[in-house]
Write a protein that binds this ligand. Structure first.
Ligand code: INI
Length: 162
């Protein structure tokens, strides 16, 4: 008799257990009164997913534009399983919003691809201050928390890709 049993695809995903993972957080001082909430959110997420913040490092850079070069150094160091990039770029603040936000996004993406270390884009880019506040722990949640959860998932996902 023919064997009609169909096999299942191999599904690879990452769970949300931070365990022994080592995280570097790169945070921009520009708009620090907002970014500090993203940083707290990220540490909160690591703790609440069973991680050890004692294994984490927090690196402050001047602005979002400077995040990629610091992220690259951290990712290349071999000391971290993921780099969580946090910042706040507000259109109303500057005529060069597009350059700052664009370079941060592109650079962070490139660091991840170049090094194989997940680099998470937790830089909020908003039209105005109100929208930024909403993403730093109020109406729209905390994007720093979300970025750290993404980092946890990516670390575990990449460990499962063999
Ligand atoms: N940096 C930010 O992180 N957010 C901003 O909103 C911002 N604005 O509005 O200009 C900003 N500018 C500074 C930039 O990131 C660099 O630090 C600076 O251009 C020096 O390279």
């Amino acid at each position: 008799m023919a064997d009609n049993k169909k096999s299942e695809p191999r599904v690879i995903e990452g769970d949300l257990i931070a365990g022994n993972a080592r995280f570097a957080i790169v945070a921009s001082r520009f708009n620090e009164f907002l970014v500090s909430h993203l940083v707290s959110g990220a540490f909160d997420a690591i703790k609440r997913h069973g991680g050890d913040v004692g294994k984490a490092s927090l690196v402050w850079v001047p602005g979002a534009f400077e995040i990629p070069v610091a992220a690259l150094k951290l990712a290349e160091s071999g000391k971290y399983d993921a780099v969580i990039c946090l910042g706040a770029v507000i259109r109303g603040n500057t005529a060069h919003f597009e350059y700052v936000a664009g370079e941060a996004a592109k650079g962070i993406g490139q660091v991840g691809i170049k090094t194989g270390v997940p680099c998470i884009f937790g830089v909020i880019t908003t039209e105005n201050l109100e929208q930024a506040i909403e993403r730093c722990g109020s109406k729209m949640g905390n994007k720093g928390f979300e970025a750290a959860v993404t980092a946890i998932e990516m670390v575990n996902l990449l460990r499962n890709v063999k």
